[in-house]
Design a protein around this ligand. Sequence first.
Ligand code: 9D3
Length: 249
Amino acid sequence: MRVDVITLFPELVEQVIACGVVGRAAEQKLLELHCWNPRDFTRDRHRTVDDRPYGGGPGMLMKVQPLQDAISAVRQQNRDARLVYLSPQGELLTQERLAQQVRLGSVIFLCGRYEGIDERLIQREVDEEWSIGDYVISGGELAAMVCIDAMTRLIPGALGHDESALQDSFSDGLLDYPHYTRPEEYRGDRVPEVLMNGNHRDIENWREQQALGRTWQRRPDLLERIRLDARQQGLLDEYIAEFERTRKR
Ligand code: 9D3
């Protein structure tokens, strides 16, 4: 998958392929990352990339001409890719949305800085507008890196064998179960007995119950979106009953 990023901070965005899963995917040519700096498309002595907003008010906008020329240059190499503008006004991202984009293929991310970009440029060039959440960050770069990381994990072959197996079992819309490693007792707290006995059936059941219970406690919104089968509902009912019982004492 080819990803182009239009950004005033290419050194920052390029760090996304410096290590880990994304780095390996890039080495294996499963991911091809190209950054484009609007500053390289400026025409004035000072290489100006910002401009003042019509109507006044605080803050600056990204200057239109360097951005437009950067977009046109990317388009020469990547004509059919979807152009996604990362902005606080965008559609809230989900795993499903990112998976859809990976199936569709290559993408061009446009990263805003300052207060954003001219609305006419959005109208002319932008196919989609994405947000990574309801909080304020300083520009689109970290959002692009989040998207690249999450999308890379969905490229067939990008994860190692173990990582892929893990992903399969938890694309079911539930939060993860709790994990434990050595030692058996840490500052007086013991690892749950069921994990020490090595009965795989019991362990599977306990883990699924924990996943259901924690989702019920922490993210009831996620539970509302999935249908539990009778066995899962039984596990959750038992978790809730135990929770109510221990809460009363
Ligand atoms: C003064 C009003 N601000 C909106 C709350 C303006 C503003 C805030 C943050 C303008 C640009 C930005 C920079 N943010 C992004 O470019 C961004 C972003 C984000 O801030 N939150 C979640 N997702 C994203 S994607 C890009």
